[in-house]
Design a protein around this ligand. Structure first.
Ligand code: NAD
Length: 411
């Protein structure tokens, strides 16, 4: 099969542990043999982030801005235990948070639905796409531990104005903890634009959920921005597309979500999106079937990844020389969704067709051939060793299917 030329470069961000191992297998078996592609490689593995004092993360973000497409492997966000394990100079912040703040935009998480894989929530027949606001709130909070009694205050100094002090809490004996978090009108507005635009592109109804009954001012600001943009710019477009927008209190929304059949986009604030996307991923079958992509408000720049982490448990087994069966599908879809976008931006439909063929091969390997990793077998209630294959065996099977699909297409 002749190699397909990808017109412009893509930026690859390598990662850690088990996902780093399978990342290489994916690239060697499903990407490099088929594509003539210029890959700008950045090693975001924790040892290299430490060696470069995290400069590699910033450089990667710059490269994504320049080339528009970033494809990211899962990475470790270090905590105290990781700092000790890797002997880190510093507890480097989450690369995902750094990339999100450098690029802006919104993260959408979408499950890959495979008919054979029973859903933990059996009613869910269509994907629930979670749009997660990628800026601020808890992820940019300033935290303090107060070791004794005292008063906590917030001070806001308007530019050119007098400081205004807001009393937060009077700590009793024993102290406690406190935090201040923020967001900006611009970031929330960009978030709303990305969500409305994506709903229109996918022709899916959009919900936005907050806890505005408790955080009347903070979450209320989010709600008002969405509503005003909808009324002034999107209502007619939504009507023409036959879709709707609605704000729902998050408690009501999660109840509705469980009862629904899926088939909608749910926009959420940063932390809510983090939590709900894991719930949705489990409900659909496996974290290994959850994709994640960040799109800038102008719709041009995209960074893709699997929504799961580095699967440390499997990596420990791998280090001991044991066989591992980590689901590579979401990581493969990180490559394919990015290639679809690359192809669309470059006007090269053969790249799009190739990426879609890889996705089809991955799904049919599970759906038709019944060849799957252990997590998917477990979702099917199959426990026998013969019911699942290792990661490499699965990728080999998907590659065999891919060859059949590509050969059929070329004749
Ligand atoms: P994890 O997603 O690696 O694992 C959570 C659970 O889901 C585990 O039980 C795991 O076995 C299972 N799982 C996840 N992906 C799977 C797959 N592809 N196939 C089969 N099973 C799968 O999350 P964790 O254990 O909380 O974190 C491990 C490391 O990953 C941490 O260091 C964390 O910082 C990092 N992390 C990174 C990202 C990211 O880069 N986007 C996201 C989450 C966690």
């Amino acid at each position: 099969i002749p190699k397909i030329r990808v017109a412009k470069p893509v930026v690859e961000l390598d990662g850690d542990e088990m996902t780093r191992v399978l990342w290489k297998t994916i690239k060697d078996m499903l990407i490099l043999p088929y594509l003539d592609i210029d890959i700008k490689y950045y090693d975001l593995g924790l040892p290299n982030r430490d060696a470069t004092e995290n400069r590699v993360t910033i450089e990667a973000a710059q490269a994504i801005k320049e080339h528009n497409i970033g494809i990211k492997c899962a990475t470790i966000t270090p905590d105290e235990a990781r700092q000790k394990e890797f002997g880190l100079k510093e507890m480097w912040p989450s690369p995902n948070v750094a990339l999100r703040s450098a690029l802006g935009g919104t993260i959408f998480r979408e499950p890959i639905v495979i008919p054979r894989i029973p859903r933990l929530v059996p009613r869910w027949k269509q994907p629930i796409v979670i749009g997660r606001h990628a800026f601020g709130d808890k992820y940019r909070a300033t935290q303090r531990r107060m070791d004794g009694p005292g008063k906590l205050e917030l001070v806001f100094t308007p530019r050119g104005g007098a400081p205004e002090s807001i009393e937060v809490f009077e700590y009793p004996e024993g102290g406690g903890v406190g935090l201040a978090q923020y967001n900006t009108t611009k970031s929330i507005t960009d978030f709303a634009h990305s969500c409305f635009a994506y709903a229109l592109q996918r022709k899916l109804p959009l919900y936005f959920s907050t806890k505005n009954t408790v955080l009347k001012v903070y979450d209320g600001h989010f709600k008002v921005i969405f509503q005003e943009l909808y009324d002034s710019q999107y209502r007619q477009l939504f009507a023409a597309a036959g879709i709707t927008y609605e704000h729902r209190l998050i408690d009501d929304m999660v109840a509705y979500m469980i009862k629904s059949e899926g088939g909608f986009i749910l926009a959420l604030k940063n932390y809510d999106g983090d939590v709900q996307s894991d719930i949705v991923a489990q409900g659909y079958g496996s974290l290994g079937l959850m994709t994640s992509f960040l799109i800038t408000p102008d719709g041009k720049t995209m960074q893709t990844e699997a929504a799961h982490g580095t699967v440390t448990k499997h990596f420990r087994a791998h280090q001991k020389g044991q066989e591992t069966s980590t689901n590579p599908i979401a990581s493969i879809f990180a490559w394919t969704r990015a290639l679809v976008k690359r192809g669309e931006l470059d006007g090269t439909p053969d790249v799009v067709t190739f990426a879609e063929a890889v996705e089809k091969a991955c799904i049919e390997t599970v759906y038709i051939d019944g060849i799957m990793t252990q997590d998917l077998a477990a979702a099917c209630d199959l426990k026998d060793r013969s019911s699942w294959v290792t990661t490499t065996e699965y990728i080999k099977a998907a590659d065999a299917r891919l060859k059949t699909i590509l050969e059929a297409a070329s004749t």
